[in-house]
Design a protein around this ligand. Structure first.
Ligand SMILES: Cc1cc2nc3c(=O)[nH]c(=O)nc-3n(C[C@H](O)[C@H](O)[C@H](O)COP(=O)(O)OP(=O)(O)OC[C@H]3O[C@@H](n4cnc5c(N)ncnc54)[C@H](O)[C@@H]3O)c2cc1C
Length: 447
């Protein structure tokens, strides 16, 4: 198995560690990668914190296996788990299939999507990624397992959302979504404050498959929660104009820019973010309907700038994402007020509705509201503020998302995810010697 030693981090570029990176090909490598010592699976490193790394240990990667993927007529796609959503879309959108759930970047692997049980803008309709997985192959130190939710629900739901801690997912079969075109039909609304935003989402999100709100979290007083709500559906063939209808499944996402290799710290400061937010809010239409937008423009706008995480400078950034149950809108307001008062510069603040939860032990989504904020590292009061917000989230019956976390503590996570004991038992059967671990699992004592 080819390997080399590298410094790696998550997407937030905090907590760099040296690790041995092993490229494991399940179709040709005979020996188990777990014989190399303490290890964790790694996809494309798009989790923000320390989930896909193990300082001093091994990170196991898989090849992008798009060339050996296969799909049947009803859209069941069988694919190696190192394959990215980017590769899947490039091959299957022109054939009329879209992934059932996509996060805000297409540069994630199928293994990473199952292990974090990722959600998209359609959780209130389609649930998480794992809800659309029919089965997967899992390689653990104790052996290899064919896993599906009906025959092996315990291993399935410990692994879906399990942050790589039960083993290496080597391949999976997922149910793709048939599409007629590669366009989205989109409604955009500019919304003046938080009350109006929550009422609009509660009142009519169910009429749209996809929904997401960008919030200006520096706005205060009567403008607190002002936002741009974007909702959409896959466009039908009949809704395309003649030019687009000539090649209705054309798919050519472009990466237009690349962030410079070195950016001074503090470029994203309060003044620059406030100016960006003002511009973003004003540029949005008050209300526009039936706009045709490309799949990549709608789902993956940030992927248009390569390595955009560098614009936060060498100190990096974190993402704080939490979910609060329905009925806890007052707590959501309080949290937004605190963020706005603390002048924490977040130009990416995104609110979504979650639908029903699944049985995943560490799966994040619960019915209610989820808010995600990208925040530069730097402000001296940031640590304290987020610790306090954790407690606010916890006391409201909410939780934070492990795929985004880089800073929470073990006690708080144990209270937010009360089934850690169950996970430990299942892991014990799959990994009796405790070979699989990550910096995240050590920091948060997950197993
Ligand atoms: C710009 C951006 C937008 C995002 N938007 C969203 C969003 O909308 N919704 C959302 O849910 N998430 C979102 N994320 C987070 C991202 O989808 C997840 O962190 C995802 O897990 C990253 O996949 P990856 O392949 O990069 O995995 P990595 O980050 O490399 O690993 C993530 C976890 O998966 C495990 N893992 C990876 N591969 C395997 C495997 N083969 N077998 C077992 N375990 C494995 C790792 O051990 C680790 O615990 C976003 C991230 C970015 C950078």
């Amino acid at each position: 198995m080819p390997h080399n030693k590298e410094m790696i981090t998550g997407w937030g570029r905090t907590q760099p560690v040296a690790a041995k990176i092993i490229s494991y090909d399940p179709t040709s490598d005979g020996t188990s990668p777990f014989l190399q010592g303490p290890a964790i699976a790694r996809g494309l490193g798009r989790s923000y914190g320390d989930a896909a790394q193990l300082g001093g240990g091994v990170a196991i990667t898989l090849p992008d296996a798009i060339n050996s993927a296969s799909i049947d007529e009803s859209g069941h796609l069988s694919v190696g788990a190192g394959t990215s959503i980017d590769s899947i879309l490039a091959r299957y959108v022109p054939q009329g299939f879209f992934v059932p759930v996509t996060p805000g970047t297409r540069y994630v692997t199928i293994g990473g999507a199952i292990a974090a049980d990722v959600h998209g803008k359609n959780h209130h309709v389609d649930g998480t990624f794992a809800a659309n997985v029919e089965n997967f192959e899992l390689l653990a130190p104790a052996g290899a397992y064919h896993v599906n939710p009906l025959e092996s629900p315990e291993i399935f739901w410990a692994t879906a959302g399990g942050m790589g801690l039960t083993g290496l997912i080597t391949s999976a079969t997922i149910k793709m979504l048939p599409i007629e075109t590669s366009y989205m039909s989109v409604e955009t609304r500019r919304i003046g404050d938080l009350d109006e935003l929550l009422a609009t989402m509660i009142g009519s999100d169910q009429n749209f498959r996809y929904s997401v709100a960008w919030i200006d979290c520096l706005a205060k007083g009567g403008r607190m929660g002002r936002s741009v709500l974007t909702r959409g559906e896959h466009a039908t063939l009949g809704s395309l104009d003649a030019r687009r209808a000539r090649d209705p499944l054309a798919y050519k996402p472009r990466v237009r820019l690349s962030a410079p290799r070195w950016v001074p710290n503090g470029v994203l400061n309060l003044a620059s973010v406030a100016a960006f937010n003002e511009m973003w809010f004003r540029k949005a239409p008050r209300h526009r309907q039936d706009e045709l937008i490309s799949l990549s423009g709608f789902f993956h706008p940030l992927d248009g700038v390569r390595d955009w995480n560098r614009i936060y400078g060498s100190t990096g950034f974190l993402q704080y994402q939490f979910v609060l149950p329905d009925g806890k809108e007052e707590q959501l307001r309080r949290i937004l007020e605190r963020i706005s008062a603390a002048k924490v510069a977040s130009f990416l603040a995104v609110l979504k509705r979650f639908g029903a939860a699944n049985p995943g032990i560490l799966s994040f989504p619960r019915p209610g509201w989820t808010l995600a904020l990208d925040i530069p590292i730097g402000a001296s009061h940031l640590g304290l503020l987020l610790d306090e917000l954790d407690q606010e989230v916890l006391s409201a019956g909410g939780r934070i998302y492990l795929a985004k976390d880089s800073r929470c503590d073990a006690e708080t996570i144990a209270a937010m995810y009360p089934r850690l004991g169950e996970l430990a038992k299942i892991k014990e059967g799959l990994d009796p010697q405790g070979i699989i671990k990550s910096d995240l699992s050590r920091r948060l004592r997950l197993v």
